[in-house]
Design a protein around this ligand. Structure first.
Ligand code: BES
Ligand code: MN
Ligand code: ZN
Length: 500
């Protein structure tokens, strides 16, 4: 899809999209469109149930006296709530609707309603972002009916009074969209294709953007003592990998990096504690944390963020076999702590344990944030609306919460504490990987991770099991199974607090 910014002009062929806030009268571009159509837009409103709520629209098809194929009036909702997010949703709504209708060209001439704080340049950039995010498709494995699945809209012009301002804001948003698309691709890829080695290959591609990429194989990880991560992968025919991605964009030497760690279980069968058939479906997405980390590093590099950032992802396949880890095994982690593995399906925490230790000891980061599709229990608690946040640092937690609000990737903080830590005491080792009850499952998992957080290290854990992919209703800005959740939040967090 080709995106551009231009000054408002008469719309040629294609669809002309204008907006209206709740309770407002037609004005600006919407009034112009009404006049140009000889009042057809006003009539269309009067014969419909349109009240300008978000998500509503009226269309005038083939308006007399105009070259445009249609006029679309979008409801923008309440003027005071019309922010960058609302603009993105409006553009996505328009482009999605028009694509279904078979439209190929769209002019978005949506103006900020009176009472909105959005400036024209920011509004235009967010409209473009909404159209872009909506244009994502994943059709690599279709050989038939491709046209039915592709975005019909090929050209979007955002008409704005401040095209030059919009063009300055756009590259940063475009970079984030690129990171989100990469994360979506990785989550959508089937597990026969996206092995740990293939995932690592995709990471290597980031070197084109100036990212330093190192890949550790099993022999190197064994030398480092990563018994927890290696235990998870030992039942698979495919080699486990640890990928270390560094973006060094800070001015001067810059100092300690920010660090992101991702769970990359390319397929989670449960191992010998085998999942059910239904429970295994979707477990190709169990690398969603690693995908978010990879996408975030891509985004920072693509927009040349002035920060030193490192992304470390543990890539494994959790399979049952004669060489698989057994329930009751005891493994020794890189930290030296021992773990009694009572359920091989609680594998994500084992992978993260060693990835966390490696990251902290190698980089002494300013903070470390891990992302993982870690527990089914987080969906019981929060559904798909919020990711779970756990942290030992109130300031970092607040910043993550704010970044999530700003980019519409909300998180909700849950508690940690010694009472919960007791749940993972083992009879024979330093800890066990499950509690033996179903109570507080997400907290117990976070408590496990916290045992691998080193002294005075600021740390946060995001449990994204409910947000990394979507089986039910699709989000307006995420038109695929893989959401790409977390890329935008991490990018925003860095942009707000850690650049310069
Ligand atoms: N990858 C799963 C968590 C998960 C479940 C993510 C469903 C998305 C949807 C994780 O490895 C897992 O299997 N967790 C177990 C832990 C249990 C054995 C303590 C779970 O949540 O049931
Ligand atoms: Mn599992
Ligand atoms: Zn898992």
């Amino acid at each position: 899809m080709q995106l551009s910014f231009g000054a408002p002009a008469t719309v040629g062929s294609g669809s002309w999209v204008v907006g209206l806030a709740e309770g407002a009268a037609l004005s600006g571009a919407a009034a112009k469109a009404d006049q140009a159509s000889g009042g057809a837009l006003k009539r269309a409103i009067s014969v419909s149930r349109f009240t300008a709520k978000r998500g509503q629209a009226v269309e005038v098809l083939a308006p007399a006296g105009l070259e445009a194929s249609r006029i679309v009036l979008l409801g923008l909702g309440k003027a005071a709530d019309f922010d960058g997010n609302a603009a993105e949703n409006a553009a996505a709504e328009a482009v999605g609707r028009l694509s279904k209708a078979g439209e190929t060209e769209v002019v978005l001439e949506i103006e900020a309603p009176k009472g909105s704080k959005l400036k024209p340049a920011a509004l235009a950039a967010h409209l473009a972002m909404g159209a872009k995010l909506k244009s994502y498709t994943f059709n690599h494995y279709r050989t038939k009916d491709l046209a039915d699945h592709e975005m019909k809209v090929a050209k979007v012009v955002v008409a704005t009074a401040d095209a030059s301002g919009a063009k300055k804001l756009w590259p940063a948003l475009d970079a984030v969209a690129g990171g989100m698309f990469l994360a979506r691709d990785l989550v959508n890829e089937p597990p026969n294709i996206l092995s740990p080695a293939e995932f690592a290959n995709r990471c290597r591609q980031l070197s084109k953007l100036g990212v330093k990429v190192e890949v550790l194989g099993e022999a190197q990880m064994k030398k480092l003592g990563m018994g927890a991560l290696l235990g998870v992968g030992q039942g698979s025919e495919r080699e486990s990998q640890l990928v270390v991605m560094q973006w060094n964009g800070a001015r001067g030497k810059g100092g300690a990096p920010v660090a992101f760690v991702g769970k990359g279980v390319c397929f989670d069968s449960g191992g010998l504690s085998l999942k059910t058939g239904a429970g295994m479906m979707g477990m190709k997405g169990d690398m969603g944390g690693a995908a978010a980390v990879t996408g975030a590093i891509r985004s920072l590099a693509a927009r040349k963020a002035k920060v030193n950032a490192v992304g470390v992802i543990g890539l494994v396949e959790n399979m049952p076999s004669g060489t698989a880890q057994r329930p009751d095994d005891v493994v020794t982690s890189m930290s030296g702590q021992t773990i009694e593995v009572l359920n091989t399906d609680a594998e994500g925490r084992l992978v993260l344990a060693d990835a966390l230790t490696y990251t902290q000891r190698t980089f002494k980061p300013r903070f470390v944030i891990d992302l993982a599709t870690l527990t089914g229990a987080i969906m019981v608690a929060l559904g798909a609306e919020n990711a779970g946040l756990f942290s030992n640092d109130d300031k970092l937690a607040r910043r993550i919460h704010e970044a999530g609000q700003a980019v519409d990737e909300p998180v909700w903080r849950l508690p940690l504490g010694p009472g919960y830590d007791k749940m993972i005491r083992s009879k024979i080792a330093d800890m066990k990987n499950i509690t033996g009850t179903t109570n507080a499952g997400s907290i117990a998992a976070a408590q496990f991770l916290q045992r691998f957080v080193e002294k005075d290290q600021a740390w946060a854990h995001l449990d994204i099991a409910g947000t990394a992919w979507q089986d039910g209703e699709q989000k307006a800005l995420a038109p695929s199974w893989g959401v790409g959740w977390g890329v935008r939040l991490l990018d925003r967090l860095v942009a707000e607090h850690y650049e310069g």
